[in-house]
Ligand binder design. Structure first.
Ligand code: GDP
Ligand code: ZN
Length: 341
């Protein structure tokens, strides 16, 4: 049996699968268009995508009712947090059809299992980077998270959790004030103090927030404190889909009883940072790049060159040495990825 023959058969099968897929998509498209042409539909309604499961999405209307919707095929990929226009359809297979996407304020991206960046949530207003004194969050990891938030142009907030354990790494308070001096919003908290928990509630009281950070910093504890008891609506969605495996990975919106919304999924909470570019790096380190424009050489690497304004800024106490070290080490890791790919 020749290899060639096998590969032809394989090609045939691949083509067939592809054709079937296209035909299915075409049938679905026709069905949606037929529904849209019928008079079964309600008037145009505002909706919020609260969870997405491949081809169907759960959307919430202004009254808080949840409807399973299909999506008109001319729309881009919709994600949790998207605001849409839709029509209810009492008689159709899905209970509604989404026909338009409203303008997005922001889009949070994450690499998928192949390393390709994909949108995972829309209209995120702030990314809360959680750090803590025990186990001590390495400060250069906070720098890395800041670069990742710069990638998506979403406002970062650094939350130093486990304030009750601050004696184990008191220098973190100084680091926090250094981030404040860089213009980054910060908050010190502990879930063991009602007053400090209230400060977290106030922080998230409007708009859509996401929590990120290393395992063990207290993200689940904070989220559990913000959403006391099980969020009933979320429970109902999981049952309705009957697809348990999707419910654990897709991003969902939770309404916080004290105000605001939380967008959460395991993939959002913890993520790799290797998808960042040099541009993101520069955006995440304005303190370094502000000086870089005065280096003698345009392509100065700020390591060994004479008349390097960045190194001079460190010597003169205008730039923290540890920030420059973070910058250089993150830049090295970007170079490694570029060389490998
Ligand atoms: P996650 O991995 O980021 O979700 O972290 P967890 O929420 O699972 O918390 C890790 C551990 O830290 C748990 O044992 C929590 O009880 C504990 N923890 C969370 N917040 C605080 C806090 O404010 N103070 C103290 N002392 N422990 C906390
Ligand atoms: Zn330089």
């Amino acid at each position: 049996m020749s290899k060639r023959k096998l590969s032809r058969q394989q090609q045939f099968r691949i083509d067939k699968v592809q054709q079937e897929r296209l035909a299915r998509a075409e049938r679905k498209h026709e069905k949606i268009e037929q529904t849209l042409a019928s008079d079964n539909l309600s008037e145009a309604l505002d909706g919020l995508v609260i969870a997405h499961f491949g081809a169907t999405l759960d959307i919430e209307d202004a009254q808080g009712n949840i409807t399973r919707c299909s999506v008109r095929s001319n729309l881009p990929v919709l994600v949790t947090g998207d605001e849409v226009i839709w029509h209810a359809d009492e008689k159709g297979e899905s209970q509604g059809v989404i026909v338009a996407l409203k303008e997005r304020k922001s889009i949070l991206t994450r690499p998928d299992y192949r390393g390709k960046l994909r949108p995972v949530a829309a209209n995120v207003d702030r990314i809360i980077i959680v750090a803590c004194p025990s186990p001590r969050t390495p400060v250069n990891l906070i720098d890395r998270y800041l670069v990742a938030t710069a990638h998506d142009d979403i406002q970062p907030v650094i939350l130093l959790n486990k304030h009750d354990l601050i004696d184990q790494a008191p220098e973190m308070l100084t680091e926090l004030s250094q981030y404040e001096a860089l213009g980054c919003e910060t908050l010190i908290a502990s879930i063991n103090s009602n007053e400090e928990l209230q400060a977290i509630k106030t922080l998230v009281a409007d708009g859509n927030s996401v929590f990120v950070g290393q395992s063990g910093v207290g993200k689940s504890s904070i989220i559990a404190a913000l959403l006391p008891g099980e969020d009933i609506r979320i429970g109902e969605i999981s049952e309705a889909t009957g697809k348990g495996r999707h419910t654990t990975t897709t991003a969902k919106i939770y309404h916080i009883p004290s105000g605001g919304q939380l967008i959460d999924s395991p993939g959002i909470r913890e993520f790799g940072l290797w998808h960042i570019t040099e541009d993101d790096l520069d955006k995440g380190f304005p303190d370094v790049t502000d000086h870089a424009q005065y280096c003698k050489f345009n392509n100065c690497t700020h390591t060994h060159e004479p008349k390097c304004a960045v190194k001079l800024a460190v010597d003169e106490g205008q730039l923290l040495a540890r920030r420059l070290n973070s910058y250089l080490s993150i830049r090295d890791s970007i170079d490694e990825v570029t060389m490998r790919s």
